[in-house]
Every structure is written in structure tokens, then in C-alpha cells.
Design a protein around this ligand. Sequence first.
Ligand code: ATP
Length: 133
Amino acid sequence: MNMALQDRQKRGFKRFLRSFGYACQGLKHVIQNEQNMQIHLFVAAVTLMAAWTLSFSLTSWMILLLVIAGMFSMEIMNTAVERTVDMITDDYHPLAKRAKDIAAAAVFVYCLFAAIIGLMLFLPPLLELWVLL
Ligand SMILES: Nc1ncnc2c1ncn2[C@@H]1O[C@H](COP(=O)(O)OP(=O)(O)OP(=O)(O)O)[C@@H](O)[C@H]1O
């Protein structure tokens, strides 16, 4: 029996730790290889610093963190779809294109709404600051 199948039959904390390790490997791969993920990381860092400077309320922090986490998860799942399609075919295939484009569309839709929520979160405190200056 191969290692992966043996692993699947194990239970308990050790298995949990191993799964955590695999998830970290996946995360490392996406961060190192996907330019979009690096852009998301940069935007997230800037937004978090801005939220800190503007003294966001607890509710605003929770919404912001949820949106950022969703954005990262979307990009990670998109990469998983891309890699799966690449494994199935190296050649041009209309269905491969369809699958990748639809996965990319999921990220795009999320990004669009994340930007709207971002404006709703940041505009009021920014306007308040502007009035005070
Ligand atoms: N095997 C394939 N067959 C048909 N179309 C493909 C295939 N692989 C990618 N495409 C399409 O080519 C276009 C450009 O894809 P591109 O190679 O730039 O990115 P990707 O493979 O989707 O992602 P990444 O560059 O992050 O690996 C997209 O519309 C994608 O759907």
C-alpha cells in the first residue's frame, strides 16, 4: 500500500498535524508561484494598515478580515482548479479553457464585491478625517 493511502487510514492528532503540514505546503506553493496571490497579499497588508490607522470598530475589523480571508481562499481554490486542469491535459482543450475561466470568474466576482465592501468600510472614516482636516 502506498504512503498516501496508509496516511488516509490513520486517525488522531498526528493525522491532523500531517494535514496541517500539507495545507502549509499548498499555501507556500500558491504564494511563491501565483502573481495574483502576491498582489492580494500586498493589498491586504495595505488595507490592514489603513484600518489600523483609521481605528476601525470591532465590527468593521471582523468584516474586513472575513473579506480578506475569502479573497485568499478564492485565489487558493482557483489555483487548485488550474493545477487539476493542467494535470488532466497539457494540450489546448475548450473544456480546459472553460474550467479555468469559470474558476477565474469566481475570483473576479468575489473581488468586485470585496472592492464594494472595502469602499463602504473605508469611505465614511476617510470622509470624516477629511472634514476634520
Ligand atoms: N489546457 C488549456 N486548454 C485551453 N485553454 C487553456 C488551457 N490552459 C489555459 N487556458 C486558457 O488560456 C488563457 C490564459 O491562461 P494562462 O495560461 O495565462 O493562465 P492559467 O493557466 O489559467 O493560470 P496560471 O498562469 O496562473 O497558471 C485562459 O483563458 C485559460 O483558460
